[in-house]
Design a protein around this ligand. Structure first.
Ligand code: FES
Length: 152
């Protein structure tokens, strides 16, 4: 597996990844297949080392592409950390990070959810905003988020 992953990433590096976005996405998709369907932290680390980018860069790319998975979590919650969402959604982040212990880039709620943070989603007027499984959810309240977290 490891040699296969190295081979794949090295090949796509030769094709222009990571600066060539289409080569990078093809690389990540093939790497994900080779890793059993998930680009976990170890795979991100190895890919990042070969391509010369930080795992956080790969996470930022991956979270925008719905068929790339960073964990075996059934769902992904991405919280906007832009200025407006941070101000209006402070209680949401406090709940997630203090009460549920969510850490960006890691799973929470017994591995059912992946927690990610992202910069401004260009929908500030309706803040606070989050993405649930890649779909923008605007003007979310803490109660609505709790329902989604525990009923989805
Ligand atoms: S700050 Fe969240 S959408 Fe702009």
């Amino acid at each position: 597996m490891k040699n296969n992953l190295t081979e794949i990433v090295t090949y796509y590096k030769g094709c222009g990844a990571p600066s060539d976005q289409s080569a990078l996405l093809a690389c990540l998709r093939e790497a994900q297949d080779a890793c059993g369907g998930i680009l976990d932290a170890a795979a991100q680390q190895e890919i990042g080392e070969i391509l010369g980018v930080k795992p956080s860069y790969l996470q930022a790319v991956t979270k925008r592409i719905s068929d790339l998975k960073l964990s075996g979590a059934a769902h992904t919650l991405t919280v906007c950390t832009g200025v407006n969402c941070s101000r209006r959604g402070a209680e949401i982040r406090r709940y997630l990070e203090k009460e549920l212990g969510a850490q960006s880039g890691k799973t929470f709620l017994n591995g059912r959810w992946m927690y990610l943070t992202a910069g401004c989603q260009r929908a500030c007027r309706t803040s606070p905003n989050v993405r649930i499984d890649g779909q923008l959810v605007t003007g979310i309240t803490l109660n609505t988020l709790k329902k989604r977290l525990f009923q989805t």
